[in-house]
Design a protein around this ligand. Structure first.
Ligand code: NAD
Length: 443
């Protein structure tokens, strides 16, 4: 089938590449000329395992094309995906300007019926706004062309985006049209062979499903972080508690890891956006507000530990930092806990010497060159001349470090671990002081 995808970000590029990989003919449209030019040269703008080979092979075989020419993309296919960003507005609500701009562009250039599929995460009621926008542009053009607005939220996880799109847990489609259902079934048939993963529903329910899913996951994290705060103060070990509760099937082991707060481009903004949606309909979303405020506080935990360890005297200290991205297997720094830590350390006159397997270029882009930030090529060199070590992201390469070397490298033999990667007894056996999250001891 022919498909057009607007927005070549994490969602658009991965989805486009995966659709092309099963044989669909995909045109990707983006307003970022640089991104399009680079993709044509084989330069992939994001790090995502397994993405580069499928972009390269499908581009080479002509099933995946990149352009800034919206008219070309619109003429290409009946199915038009919208996968542009929906960043938080000043009040935390989702900013729909990019989504509505694409809707306007499609309506301006379309000369045949279109199925406009919204993959961006958008508040309930957005499909109506997109429909109104398309309708008003068509009426100023004096055209009557059929169109459908469909909600097809994306559930991929950064770091596993390709495999999530290849083998989705579910494909949610919000539509009331038989024709759309048939087209979507045909489009996704290659991903729907093992069992039926397609769930059809009304558009509003589909829009809310995405927010409900992310808010549920964020709630699990904030719940565990709150438990970790209690564990720490009560002399309990949250890791024992985690195993203890996870064994209950109704709770399960997934997604109940305590840590230094959730980040990324989705959870923080989606929780905020649903709180704003609730405000608009005068519903006080107390639970969601707490999820947000617990997370906000949790992101400060690592800094508080460093601050307390040095009795507030951080000027001139050098902190070794392992992990910058908001989670492993991505270079995404949006809302990463490392940012809260680094910015607070800098305010106090400390220096950061950091290593991350993928996110250093992005960190450099975000912060530019500064005297108090050294980005170094290995986890070992991050510790050279540093006072203590802090871990922000649980990359696999940090799982089994040489603790003796850590002890030799640091001025103060202290590891502050925001992801509970190690067993305290093992670290302490090597003569290091260890502070995890909710492990019965704090500074
Ligand atoms: P992104 O910022 O990585 O990419 C968005 C792209 O859209 C950019 O390349 C931008 O240049 C392009 N764009 C903006 N305006 C455009 C226009 N008028 N025409 C064409 N292209 C345009 O965003 P993302 O992370 O891929 O997220 C996209 C949406 O998907 C968001 O709503 C997000 O909440 C949702 N989502 C993201 C993830 C994730 O893990 N990143 C997962 C599920 C859902």
């Amino acid at each position: 089938m022919k498909v057009t995808v607007f927005g070549i970000g994490y969602v658009g590029l991965v989805q486009a590449a995966v659709l092309a990989d099963v044989g669909h003919d995909v045109v990707c449209v983006d307003v970022d000329q640089n991104k399009v030019d680079n993709l044509k040269k084989g330069l992939i703008p994001i790090y995502e395992p397994g993405l580069t080979p499928i972009v390269e092979s499908n581009f080479a075989e002509g099933r995946l094309r990149f352009t800034t020419d919206a008219a070309e993309g619109i003429a290409h296919a009946e199915i038009q995906f919208i996968a542009v960003g929906t960043p938080p507005d000043e009040d935390g609500s989702a900013d729909l300007k990019y989504v509505l701009a694409v809707a306007e562009t499609i309506a301006t250039h379309m000369n045949s019926p279109k199925i406009i599929v919204d993959k961006s995460t958008v508040p309930v009621g957005t499909a109506d706004k997109v429909s109104a926008k398309v309708g008003s542009v068509l009426s100023t053009r004096n055209e009557r062309i059929d169109y459908h607005i469909v909600s097809n939220p994306e559930f991929l996880k950064e770091g596993a985006a390709v495999s999530d799109c290849m083998r989705p847990d579910r494909i949610v489609i919000g539509t009331d049209s038989q024709h759309v259902e048939e087209q979507m079934r045909e489009l996704y048939a290659p991903f729907n062979r093992n069992h039926d993963r397609m769930i059809f529903m009304d558009v509003r329910s589909a829009e809310l499903t995405k927010y409900a899913a992310n808010c549920m996951l964020a709630t699990k994290i904030s719940f565990m972080n709150e438990m970790s705060q209690l564990a720490e103060r009560l002399g309990a070990d949250i890791e024992n508690v985690r195993r203890g509760i996870g064994s209950d099937e109704r709770i399960g082991y997934h997604f109940i890891y305590p840590g230094c707060g959730y980040g990324g481009s989705c959870f923080p903004k989606d929780v905020q956006a649903l709180v704003r949606t609730a405000d608009e309909i005068e519903y006080d979303a107390q639970l969601l507000k707490s999820v947000e405020s617990v997370n906000y506080k949790q992101k400060e935990v690592l800094f508080d530990r460093v601050f307390n360890y040095f009795n507030g005297d951080l000027a001139g200290k050098t902190i070794a930092l392992w992990g910058l991205s908001f989670k492993p297997n991505t270079d995404d720094m949006r809302e990463a806990s490392s940012r809260v830590l680094m910015e607070k350390l800098w305010e106090q006159g400390a220096k950061v010497r950091a290593y991350d397997p993928e996110a250093m270029e992005e960190t450099q882009r975000v912060y530019g060159v500064r005297n108090d930030l050294d980005l170094v090529g290995t986890k070992e060199s991050a510790m050279q001349g540093a006072d203590i070590l802090v871990i922000c992201t649980e990359w696999k390469v940090f799982r089994a470090p040489d603790f003796d070397q850590i002890k030799r490298s640091l001025t103060y033999p202290v590891v502050i671990d925001g992801r509970n990667m190690y067993e305290p007894e093992i670290v302490e056996r090597h003569g290091l002081e260890y502070f995890g999250i909710g492990r019965g001891r704090s500074i």
